[in-house]
Design a protein around this ligand. Structure first.
Ligand code: NDP
Ligand code: BG6
Length: 508
């Protein structure tokens, strides 16, 4: 760990993107492959085939994906784009019949023969709706699986809709591919700051020593998006915010934050600890939750959730939730943990907030709690709010910050996009940042009773909040009930705004 060795990619890898005509491929998968190519992590000798039902030519696909192939600063590198697009071709075929797969096998075999590859290295990326997962996997196994080589199959969430459907999916996939061959993507595990959690925690003695119920007053993980479900209402109505980002992305963050020290840094040791801590979670108390659904914005310029024509006008779909968690183990017993997520809020932000216990009173009248904030996005940052003497002759105390703002500290570093980091891991066979089957089983066990409650006949009506607000009015009370102390804004002011760094501080 900590080494910065260049990753050796196998030459001549054969890659296929199923669902190549879709949105995910266009916005994430192809740009991520391009990013790896641009940065020298994907060899030009690899072959990339797009596969989908739409009748497209190679050039049609290239034209579709080309606008999203950019440098991190948004500029074009025309030479690299041209080289990359030469690696990309397209095959059209149905997902559940063998004709397209035969063509795919031939294309892979030709590529491998031409390059005298003895042990083929094949990567199958399923950028597809879950309804197509199983038939595609069966066809891959039947026709394109390299018996004498390496096969890696990447699947995207959702991994089931609840515990039963997850187990069904798992039972269908397990006979086809080994756990070693399957890579379940939770793209939050590819985000720089999420990957940093294990290091921050276990690589810093002072933090590690304070990471427990004796010192921590509460933990919050917060996901905020400034837009609603516009255009996706019909899809979202079946899913809701809990399945969309909490059971997966935020729970992954929470397990990394709360697990015990893994015996080693390898994938299985880390995932063993994640599963272990998940098993120590108390069942979610259906009274310890706040749900919301957004209505129109206060000025009426933005529509409410129910204004979407594709949504049932009586829908109780949850677009905001705050959930209280308890972990029943020696480290965390009694520490309130709040996970909250919402669409159509006042800002876009994902952050982890660890609030420490107050210092003993007596010496100080009013002194703020230390808080460690890990901002996952936008503009990665870690800051620790600390109390310090006001400079000068004054003996008063003020809150300031030990601040690690990535944009300032790591100006010359390439911070990969989540998908770039994860596809690199797939190519090197590293499972650390992918979700294991038993993790999913425990997490669905935890969430399914709550989802049944929220979607059952006696489902509570979510509290309305205005599009563009901080969420339901009861959120402040909910956080207070979980011991979160919102410090008086006079105590803390973030002083400067740095170009490229979030400066949404209304208190300045
Ligand atoms: P905020 O003041 O933004 O928020 C602190 C926490 O309190 C959040 O969980 C927030 O929730 C919650 N909160 C906000 N308003 C209320 C309310 N009225 N009642 C109860 N809870 C509330 O964060 P910080 O104090 O950490 O930082 C202040 C500002 O300084 C931020 O804009 C931050 O980005 C900036 N800053 C930036 C740094 C950097 O870029 N490196 C370093 C330090 C500070 P919610 O999110 O839902 O509003
Ligand atoms: C996806 C959800 O998994 O994550 C979306 O389906 C959500 O609804 C997205 O917007 C958030 O990802 P990111 O990387 O933009 O924070």
């Amino acid at each position: 760990m900590g080494e910065n060795k260049p990753v050796e990619f196998k030459k001549h890898t054969s890659i296929v993107i199923f669902g190549a005509s879709g949105d995910l491929s266009k916005k994430k998968t192809f740009p991520a492959l391009f990013g790896l190519f641009r940065e020298g992590y994907l060899d030009a000798s690899c072959k990339i085939i797009g596969f989908a039902r739409s009748k497209l030519s190679d050039d049609d696909l290239r034209k579709k994906i080309e606008p999203n192939l950019k440098k991190p600063n948004g500029e074009k590198d025309t030479e690299k784009v041209t080289q990359f697009l030469q690696m990309v071709t397209y095959i059209s075929g149905p997902y559940d019949q063998s004709e397209g797969y035969e063509k795919l096998r031939k294309a892979f075999e030709d590529h491998e023969k031409e390059n005298k590859v003895e042990r083929p290295n094949r990567l199958f990326y399923l950028a597809l709706p879950p309804s197509a997962f199983v038939s595609v996997c069966k066809e891959i196994k039947k026709t394109v699986y390299a018996e004498n080589g390496e096969n890696r199959v990447v699947v995207e969430k959702p991994f089931g809709h609840d515990l039963d459907s997850f187990r069904e999916l798992q039972n269908d996939l397990a006979p086809l591919f080994s756990e070693d061959e399957l890579f379940r993507i939770d793209h939050y595990l590819g985000k720089e700051m999420v990957k940093n959690l294990v290091l921050i925690r276990f690589g810093n003695t002072f933090l590690n020593a304070a990471w427990n119920k004796e010192n921590i007053q509460n933990i919050q993980i917060s996901f905020k998006e400034p837009f609603g479900t516009e255009g996706r209402g019909g899809y979202f109505d079946e899913i809701g915010i809990i399945r969309d980002v909490m059971q997966n992305h935020l729970l992954q963050i929470l397990t990394l934050l709360t697990m015990e020290r893994p015996v080693a840094f390898d994938a299985e040791s880390v995932r063993d600890e994640k599963v272990r801590v998940l098993k120590a979670f108390a069942p979610i108390d259906t009274n310890d939750i706040l749900t919301g659904q957004y209505g129109p914005s206060e000025d009426g310029s933005k529509p409410g959730y129910l204004d979407d024509d594709t949504v049932d006008p009586k829908s109780k779909c949850v677009t905001f939730a705050a959930i209280g968690f308890k972990i029943q183990n020696e480290r965390w017993d009694g520490v309130p943990i709040v996970m909250r997520a919402g669409k159509a809020l006042n800002e876009g932000k994902v952050e982890i907030r660890i609030q420490f216990k107050g210092v003993p009173s007596g010496m100080f009248n009013e002194i703020a709690h230390n808080e460690l904030v890990i901002r996952v996005q936008p503009d990665e940052a870690i800051y620790l709010k600390v109390n310090s003497k006001t400079p000068g002759l004054s003996t008063s105390c003020q809150v300031t910050e030990l601040d690690l703002t990535y944009a300032r500290r790591y100006k010359d570093f390439w911070i990969p996009e989540a998908y770039e980091a994860l596809i690199k891991d797939v190519m090197t066979g590293d499972h650390s940042n992918f979700v294991r089957d038993d993790e999913l089983d425990v997490s669905w066990k935890l969430f399914t009773p709550l989802l049944n409650h929220l979607e059952g006949p006696d489902a509570p009506t979510p509290e309305k909040y205005a599009y563009g607000s901080r969420g339901p009015k009861n959120l402040v009370k909910f956080l207070e009930n979980h011991d979160y102390v919102f410090e008086d804004s006079n105590l803390y002011q973030w002083p400067v705004s740095t170009p490229g760094v979030a400066s949404n501080n209304s208190k300045i």
